[in-house]
Design a protein. Structure first.
Length: 200
């Protein structure tokens, strides 16, 4: 992720934390709920923010590695969502160089893909494929529409992104276009596409 975007998130962390926490994980994950594991599994949440979704998953029995590069979000997450089944890691795509373990049953990536530069997307997906177990799943949301000027996003196309994922060793199980859960984003015309991918 570009350093200027990380710096913008760090500067705005105190203001963003309440807005992240105000959104329900059940609402965010509703479009892909059918693909979430029903029994305890190992999950990695990339771009975990305040740990809102990691906590929701941990409460359902899963073990979650929450990966978040912004210190303010990690610190808030450890304070707000302390849980024995959540571990935190400071890292970022495309390399995720600090993560040494593999074999995750599920990779969750919510609202992060549009911050990955186009040239970094193929290596990012190859790295994700290394992390997931055989037949494991990758659930990722792709933003369509404007991003805040300070936290700019790169244009993201669901079809192109799914093709890159297939080249990296995934198969596409589903693609779902949905409205934004955030009231402010909906007002700005933001929509999302969820990709459900399986390692092959």
């Amino acid at each position: 992720m570009p350093q200027d975007i990380l710096a913008a998130y760090a500067e705005e962390a105190d203001a963003l934390i309440p807005s992240f926490e105000a959104i329900s994980s059940a609402d965010v994950l509703a479009p892909v709920m059918a693909w979430l594991p029903s029994t305890p599994r190992r999950i990695i949440d990339i771009g975990a923010g305040t740990g809102r979704d990691a906590a929701w998953l941990a409460a359902r029995g899963h073990t979650v590695l929450a990966v978040e590069p912004v210190a303010g979000f990690r610190e808030a997450g450890m304070r707000l969502h302390a849980h024995p089944r959540i571990r935190w890691c400071e890292d970022t795509l495309p390399s995720l160089a600090r993560i040494t373990e593999t074999g995750f049953d599920l990779i969750l990536m919510v609202a992060a893909w549009h911050h990955i530069a186009p040239e970094d997307r193929p290596p990012a997906l190859r790295r994700l494929r290394q992390l997931v177990s055989p037949d494991g799943r990758l659930l990722m949301s792709i933003r369509h529409g404007p991003a805040p000027p300070a936290r700019t996003g790169f244009a993201s196309d669901a079809v192109a992104s799914s093709e890159l994922a297939i080249q990296a060793g995934f198969s596409l199980l589903a693609s779902r276009r949905v409205a934004s859960v955030s009231v402010a984003n909906r007002a700005a015309g933001v929509t999302w596409t969820w990709l459900v991918l399986r390692a092959v």
